[in-house]
Design a protein around this ligand. Structure first.
Ligand code: KIV
Length: 271
């Protein structure tokens, strides 16, 4: 297993090298200082400050409500906890769509106020102008195609995308547009594994999958899902590496019981 823990700092160039040498990229989300520090210390390559913070941190049903200020707060907390991973931050809904000038302003605020290393944006050819404008400021951009949760009300469901030929073809074309525009990588979410493989083989830049099968250049999951903090959310593509919800429940129940039974604090736990 190649974890490349010797690398001092992961950059967009490191990820390109990983693709070229066939080393898979490992990416997870984080939204706060403590979790980011733990994930970074374990050797993760990329930390995504995802707008999934809207769901898992704030309890919203969709990613739409989270604001640019809130994303910057999460991102600056994560950056303070990280010494090795590349930190990528989602541009939230309403901070870039349909307005390349606004997109540039939003991306600059994220970079300046959080200290993150790159931004991620959902969409294909329709956001090309925004991507190119952000790149003029020297800000690396990661794309995101397939299931793009900021467009949930257009799709109507969180089902697998691009199962039909026409949508699959459009996704490949969009992926090529993103690469030509200068994106350093793209995420493909919840698309058939055969299509994801084709995208990865077509593009020179790394393609990172979530619910997109094994034949891509890396994988990303929401940390709360793979650690079992969200008990109810169990889609097929999430592998649970822990059941933290149960561990936390048991620890808290024990704490309550110790207090009620006058067992905590004991003589060694006081001054
Ligand atoms: O916001 C997020 O967590 C994401 C991942 C699901 C890729 O965009």
């Amino acid at each position: 297993m190649s974890v490349h823990k010797d690398i001092k700092r992961i950059t967009t160039h490191t990820l390109q090298e990983f693709k070229e040498e066939g080393t898979k990229i490992a990416m997870l989300t984080a939204y706060d200082f403590s979790m980011a520090g733990l994930i970074d210390a374990a050797g993760i390559d990329v930390i995504l400050v995802g707008d999934s913070a809207s769901n898992v941190m704030a309890g919203h049903e969709t990613t739409l409500p989270i604001t640019l200020d809130q994303m910057i707060y999460h991102a600056s907390s994560v950056v303070r906890g990280v010494s090795r991973a590349l930190v990528v931050v989602d541009l939230p809904f309403g901070s870039y769509q349909g307005n390349s000038r606004l997109a540039l302003e939003s991306a600059i605020r994220i970079m300046k106020e959080s200290g993150a290393h790159a931004v991620k944006m959902e969409g294909g050819s329709e956001i090309r102008e925004s991507i190119e404008r952000i790149l003029t400021a020297g800000i690396p951009v990661m794309g995101h195609l397939g299931l793009t949760p900021q467009s949930i009300y257009k799709f109507g469901t969180y089902n697998v995308r691009a199962k039909e030929e026409a949508e699959a073809q459009k996704l490949i074309e969009d992926a090529m547009v993103l690469e030509k525009s200068g994106c350093f990588s793209i995420v493909v979410e919840k698309i058939p594994a055969t299509l994801a493989k084709k995208v990865s083989e077509t593009l020179v830049i790394p393609v990172i999958g979530i619910g997109a099968g094994p034949d891509v250049d890396g994988q990303v999951l929401v940390s709360h899902d793979m650690l079992g903090i969200n008990k109810e959310f169990r889609p097929r593509f999430v592998r649970r590496y822990q059941e933290l919800a149960d561990l936390i429940h048991n620890a808290v129940a024990q704490y309550i019981s110790d207090i009620k039974n006058k067992d905590f604090p004991n003589t060694k736990e006081m001054y």
